[in-house]
Structure formats: C-alpha cells, structure tokens
Design a protein around this ligand. Sequence first.
Ligand code: ZN
Length: 401
Amino acid sequence: MPSAPGASQEEIRRQNLGAVLRHVHVHGPTSRAELTSRLGLNRSTIGALAADLATAGLVTEEVPTTARRAGRPSLVVSPRSDRVYAHALSIDADRLRAARVGLGGRILDLREATRPCGMATIDAVGPLADLVRDMERAVAPDALFVGGAVAVTDTIRDPAGRIRIGGADDSLGAALGAELAAGAEFAVGDMADIAGLAEHVRGVAAGVHDLVYLHGDVGVSAGIIIGGRLVVGHRGHSGKVGHMVVNPRGLPCGCGSRGCWETEIGEAALLRHAGREPTEREAVLDVLRAAADGDPTARSAVEQVADWLGFGVANLVNVVNPDTVVFGGSLREVYLAGAETVRRRLDEMALPASREHVRLQAAALGRDAALIGAAELAFDKLLADPLNAGQLATGPTEPPA
Ligand SMILES: [Zn+2]
C-alpha cells in the first residue's frame, strides 16, 4: 500500500492492517502468499499484520486443507464473520428490515416488519430497535459489534395513496445510536446510494469504478459512483434522478413538479399503462409476468416504461459516462422485461463515445443490496483502523426497564 510521504510508522501500520482486513472482507479467505502479491508488501510484513489481526479476533489463520505442495503451505487468512458484525437496517417504502451482517458481508440474521403507510422515518426507530434487540438475544457473549448504518428510501406513500418525499430525518442516525449503540451514531444513507455501493463492492459491478445504479420502488433514485467514490453532493441529496424532468407536459409528481422521470418509469406508471390501480404495488410482478406470457396490454405497458427508461438512461450516460448502469429494485425486472427497448432508445439518443462501451446490467444482490451496502458503511471505521474498533461501540444497550 503506498503511504503518504512523512506518514509515521504507526500510521503506515494502521493503513496496512486496514488493507489486509479490507482485502479478506471483500474477497474472502486469502492466503498470506496471495496477500503479499496483491498488496505489494513483503512476506514478513503480511505475516505480522495477519497475526495482529488474528490476535484481535478479527481474522483466523489456518493451514489450507488442499495444501499439496512440498514445504510449508501459506496460511489462509479469513474474516471472522461469525464473531465480528454490524447492524444493517433499511427503511423501505412499506417494510422495515434489520440484519446482523458479519465481516465479509455475510447476513447472519434478519428480521422484518411492515412499515405502515405514511410512517415518518424517525418513527421507525422504535420498531427497528425492537427487531435488533430480538436478534441480539442469540448473539454469543464474545461477539464484537462494530457499528450500524441504515438505508432510507426517499419516497413514501401517505395513507391517501399519494406519493410524497420522505427521506431521512436529520436526527435519525443519532436516534438509532442512542437506542442501539450506546450513543455511537448510526451512519445514514439514501437507499439507491447504499444499494449501489453494495453492487460496487460485491455485486454485478464489483471492480467497476464508474457506475450509475438505478433503484426503483415507489420512486426512482440513483447511486452514482465516479472514480470508485460515491457521489453524495453538498448535503447528501445527489442522485435524485427520479425528479429529472423528461416530459414537461407529463403528470404531476409528488415533489410538486410535473413530468419527472419517475412519473414515467415508477411502479405507478407501469400499473397505469397496464390498466391497474397505480397504488397496487403487489401487482407490479403480475404485470411483468403477464407481459412475459404475451399478454398484449401488459407487454405494451412494459414497452412504454422501458422506452422512457432508455430515454433517461441516455441522458445519464451522456452526463456521467459510466462503465456500467445497474438496474435495481423493481427497475431490475422492468429492465429484464424490456432490455431491447431500453438499449434501442439509448443507442438512438446517447453520444456514441459514451454509449458504445456502456454495459447495462440487472442488479445481482436483490433486495438484500440495501442491507449489504449499509453493512459496508458500518464496517468503514473498523477497516480504517482495525485494532481500535473494539472501542468504537460497546454493543447494543438494553431497553429501559
Ligand atoms: Zn418530481
């Protein structure tokens, strides 16, 4: 790992420990020999770093079971997924989810509850804390909790069925921290940003440095990663591509504007074209299934939405010049059903230099993307400074008696 000039020995060691731990966290069990070549450090340094991480209970080191060559086999370093974990939460349009995710990105336990229509994000703290406490009952006493994060969708439906913008309350991270992490604040991120991060670290866009992840549920937003870094904007509100105006004569949008992209490609648009009630979220899969079976109305609904999807993607491709565009949430299924139409529209509209190499991909991690991505945020501090992470959080607190 290259270090900044003038970095102290201690700083260099911290960076190297982080690099080794991050490598096994992302890529899974790796031999010392491979770590040596991947990270560009010498053998004895890797040996010492791995031993320190093992002593801290963050990794195990084992003789590989398949060792055949003569001589001493290179020990395999593995993340302690069973012991080191984060709390990953998500506040979806109509569901609350809580998971314990082990180092290495493994979901160890998962709980869900319904999010009532119109429930403010801050009011989800209590129910989420209950889900977490329920999971905590099964946790071994020597387990190491390193922090938590929550992914929040920015659009919700109120009890009258209207869509409104309802992103994270500023106090959400602190409120969850006070309930669950002895005051250590939970990281908070937009659903599309976090799901995009998950696809970037361990999904369909692993290793891709420039990508646009499009997330569809009740609304539409994007996680944009440029040069390997998530773009969040001045106050964390970038990527609201669902409110990019594409049709000035279109329908009114929940944001107060008219003809926003999400009025043309959101779930309600698909349902409307298919002659279904636009608030009937459960019917989205029915429409897609009917389209696959050749039902003409459903097929036409998919084509119309796919055409508008390609229209907006062409604009995004021109602006961002990504290597890959990933379709997630309910847009994954819409993309798969109308991929040719999306591509045709993109080829018609986007600049050749930007469109020719762009790959269009369906998300790989499904509905767990938000939880896996939230865990990545929660593991950040541990990966930056592995040996001091134990002091970051003392573990979930008991509810007040
Ligand atoms: Zn809008």
